[in-house]
Design a binder for this molecule. Structure first.
Ligand SMILES: [Zn+2]
Length: 309
């Protein structure tokens, strides 16, 4: 594993206030401890030092969950379908605004499940999935459904032209070169084309409770940049796209990740059922976030919708 020093994505300053320290609680790919700092100039939160791009195969091993769907128990498939339904409902108005024959790109498509769900909803569109690694099984599944697949680093992927909708679900925080990738996205969109970005929110109420390192949004060491609502807004102002909508989203999976990090940090006994397929915990965390939203709090997940003018 090689690491590199970096500076603030949003303002270029390199002075930070230490915020959080942690190890790879989720995949244990390295024993190295990583640090998040808050930019002293603008408040942006980023990992520094961070793994180099060359270390990507180490921190995204072949059994990384998005790459492996061939041995999932039935319960996981059911939850996968529920997750698809949630994600699809977030995108439905955007999906229906895509003209007949229009192009949709899922940047960071993982196992392609969202694209397969979109295929059912809008069979009249052209769909394309992009990710840095796509397994042979997943490629076959997508191509069978008429979805084109591009296997490439997201920052340099050869995207199609004249795209109506680009989806980036939990992706921007993983990028090594955010600005290059967003310029590429802007370039591939047609005029009036839409981008949907979902990413953790550093202002989530639970992010402040576990800010020292257990917060699931940190996801050491794969999350490189973490955004507040204002930070995300600033990033897209720079990219030259107009924000049309922002909203907080429920974040039960970030809560599950927090729970696992707490378990590891506190040395609590291993509960094997503290995983993303635990329906009871997922339900409890979803209810907790729903109550928080009702009380006017901000959750640890957010969606921003942007238009290229
Ligand atoms: Zn800054």
């Amino acid at each position: 594993m090689t690491t590199e020093k970096t500076q603030c994505l949003l303002c270029g300053a390199d002075e930070v206030t230490p915020l959080a320290v942690g190890i790879d609680y989720e995949c244990a790919t390295t024993a190295v401890a990583f640090h998040f700092g808050r930019c002293s100039q603008c408040g942006h939160v980023y990992l520094n030092p961070r793994p180099t791009l060359q270390s990507a195969p180490e921190i995204y091993p072949a059994d990384y969950y998005t790459l492996n769907t061939s041995h999932q128990p039935d319960g996981f498939r059911l939850l996968g379908r529920m997750k698809d339904r949630v994600v699809r409902s977030r995108l439905r108005p955007l999906l229906h605004a895509v003209p007949q024959g229009g192009s949709i790109v899922d940047l960071g498509c993982g196992d392609g499940s969202l694209l397969l769900a979109m295929r059912q909803e809008r069979p009249d569109t052209r769909l394309c999935g992009v990710d840095f690694a796509v397994s042979a099984i997943q490629r076959e599944r997508m191509e069978k459904a008429g979805i084109s697949v591009i296997e490439s680093a997201l920052e340099s992927a050869p995207l199609p032209n004249d795209v109506s909708l680009v989806v980036m679900n939990q992706v921007i925080e993983h990028l090594w070169d955010v600005e290059a990738c967003l310029q590429k996205v802007r370039g591939c969109l047609r005029s009036g084309g839409v981008l949907s970005v979902c990413t953790p929110n550093t202002e989530g109420y639970d992010a402040s409770w576990f800010h020292k390192g257990a917060w699931g949004g940190y996801y050491f060491p794969r999350h490189l940049n973490l955004f507040s609502q204002a930070g995300l807004f600033r990033q897209f102002e720079r990219t030259g796209m107009r924000v049309t909508q922002w909203r907080p989203l429920l974040a039960p999976l970030i809560w599950m990740s927090t729970a696992r990090a707490l378990q590891s940090r506190q040395g609590w006994p291993r509960w094997t059922r503290l995983n993303d397929t635990n329906v009871i915990f997922l339900t409890l965390f979803t209810l907790l976030d729903m109550v928080a939203l009702t009380l006017g709090a901000v959750t640890s997940n957010q969606q921003m919708i942007l238009v290229k003018e």
